[in-house]
Ligand binder design. Structure first.
Ligand SMILES: NC(=O)c1ccc[n+]([C@@H]2O[C@H](COP(=O)([O-])OP(=O)(O)OC[C@H]3O[C@@H](n4cnc5c(N)ncnc54)[C@H](OP(=O)(O)O)[C@@H]3O)[C@@H](O)[C@H]2O)c1
Length: 344
């Protein structure tokens, strides 16, 4: 993670110029959406391997929720800040226009339209590392591009690089209606798999519309009841026990554990991932855990897939920058279908 910069609210007595400040969401301590403050703060400065972006849109994702709450606590020990977030401006996903480049930047120039990862994207300007950005797909708006990075990188890498999806395989996606799942369903279909999506009743239509061949309403049916078996399971939500995952897998199938909420305040239920990795060498099934990687070459793969029509960002709602707290409450309520965008 990029080293933190101190972000101070501008002191009215110092008469800052409009060119040196910007509107942003600021959060000084871990807490809830009530701790988000709309403020005028200094614009960030670029390091040599970074670019300054005029943010046109940002995306909201679960990771931003974790950094807002500081939960699971493991995050704090891992270096994201003990008492409050190291970077007081929230937001990870970004789409925007390059307005300045650091001295060591070689692939981007002012005026380029890009998308990717920029910690502190809930602001009018944000800095981003060159190797975490890629060219914005020509057939998307900035809003659409902004909701792609974290969720679609996760879906892409989990499905292709870790899950090694094959044409004709039966693939189950648990958590198909959310950020990661809405991309995973589309990408699995694009790979020629037979896709089953697991979600709640209200979102069955969304998951069908994304291209799932079959849907399972987890409030009515259990994907692990033994009636169907899958070659590959992407376990994105619901925290199923390992025994249930294994029951739903073919004898030589693969399960990729990506996430799941409500798994405990200290580790977020990470023990499930560790147990899966420890058990995997002793069984015929492949049980894996996965942490996504933020890299421009995979963002470029996403650009190609979007431009080829294999994947389209699914935006539930858009909010203006001053309404980020409302957007976060919408996510927390579990109401989001696909993704939420923040327009700047
Ligand atoms: N490993 C990594 O690198 C990585 C990267 C990104 C995200 N993650 C993690 O992955 C998880 C999902 O992220 P996200 O961005 O997709 O979150 P999200 O947008 O909040 O979506 C999660 C979805 O899970 C569904 N869900 C809840 N309970 C379920 C259940 N019992 N069975 C099936 N679906 C259920 C919800 O839909 P319904 O209303 O339909 O239930 C919701 O749409 C989070 O825990 C996140 O932290 C991990």
């Amino acid at each position: 993670m990029r080293s933190a910069r101190k972000t101070k609210t501008v002191d009215a007595g110092k008469a800052p110029t409009a060119a040196s400040t910007m509107n942003a969401i600021v959060q000084e301590r871990y807490g809830s959406a009530e701790d988000f403050r709309f403020a005028r703060i200094p614009r960030p400065e670029v390091a040599e391997n970074e670019v300054l972006l005029q943010v046109r849109a940002a995306g909201l994702d679960r990771g931003t929720w974790h950094l807002m709450t500081g939960r699971p606590y493991l995050l704090r020990i891992l270096g994201f800040g003990l008492r409050g977030p190291k970077n007081p401006v929230p937001g990870i996903d970004v789409a925007g226009t390059v307005v300045a480049v650091g001295s060591a930047v070689t692939t981007l120039t002012a005026g380029d339209e890009v998308f990717g990862i920029a910690r502190g994207s809930f602001a009018e300007y944000a800095v981003a590392r060159e190797d975490k950005l890629a060219r914005k797909p020509v057939n998307t708006t900035f809003e659409q591009a902004a909701v792609v990075p974290v969720s679609a990188l996760t879906a892409l890498q989990a499905l292709y690089d870790v899950g090694r999806v094959q044409h004709g395989q039966k693939v189950l996606i648990a958590g198909a209606s959310g950020g990661v799942g809405s991309y995973a369903v589309q990408l699995a279909r694009a790979a020629g798999a037979e896709v089953t999506g697991v979600c709640s009743t209200a979102k069955l239509d969304l998951v069908r519309s994304l291209g799932a061949d079959h849907v399972i309403d987890y409030t009515e049916d259990d994907f692990a009841d033994g009636s169907h078996r899958y070659d590959l399971i992407l376990d994105i939500a619901g925290n199923p026990a390992l025994s249930r995952l294994r029951r739903a897998l073919n004898p030589t199938g693969t399960a990729v554990i990506i996430g799941g909420e409500n798994g405990g305040k200290w580790t977020g239920g990470f023990g499930r991932q560790l147990r899966a990795t420890a058990l995997s060498p002793f069984v015929r099934q492949r049980l894996t855990m996965f942490v996504s990687k933020e890299r421009s070459r995979d963002l470029e793969r996403l650009t190609d897939l979007i431009e080829a029509g294999a994947m389209t960002p699914s935006i539930d709602r858009s909010y203006s920058l001053d309404r980020v707290p409302e957007a976060m409450r919408h996510l927390e309520a579990g109401e989001v279908r696909g993704k939420v965008a923040i327009t700047i």
